[in-house]
Design a protein. Structure first.
Length: 117
């Protein structure tokens, strides 16, 4: 009887420890470092609306607008993303100049990339 009670106590302790381990907080997610030359597509805006880069730099547009569909279309047709609800689009600028762009479904969304040589 004494052995049975001790064994039951060990089992209960093991379950208690296991349940406490299962209740521990998960490790906090590591924040991702921002990408250089990044434009966020969110809240029906491009942020920043204007960005300055050097010739040869790549701009990354990050689509994060809660499932709303957007794209990035250069007014001079030099680059165009597909319509997206999430993910990223990149374009490398090889010529200096001012590149204006817009969102096809939301023409009030506009942005500018100034490429300096």
């Amino acid at each position: 009887m004494k052995t049975s009670r001790a064994f039951s106590g060990c089992i209960a302790s093991a379950f208690l420890i296991a349940s406490l381990i299962g209740c521990s907080s998960p490790e906090p997610e590591q924040a991702q470092a921002p990408v250089a030359n990044q434009v966020t597509v969110k809240n029906r805006t491009y942020s920043p609306a204007s960005i300055t880069v050097a010739v040869g730099d790549t701009v990354t547009w990050v689509f994060d607008d809660g499932g709303m569909t957007h794209d990035v279309v250069a007014d001079d047709k030099s680059f165009r993303s597909p319509l997206m609800t999430s993910n990223t689009f990149t374009h490398t600028f090889t010529e200096p100049g001012t590149y204006t762009y817009h969102c096809t479904p939301h023409p009030d969304m506009m942005g500018t990339v100034l490429v300096q040589g």
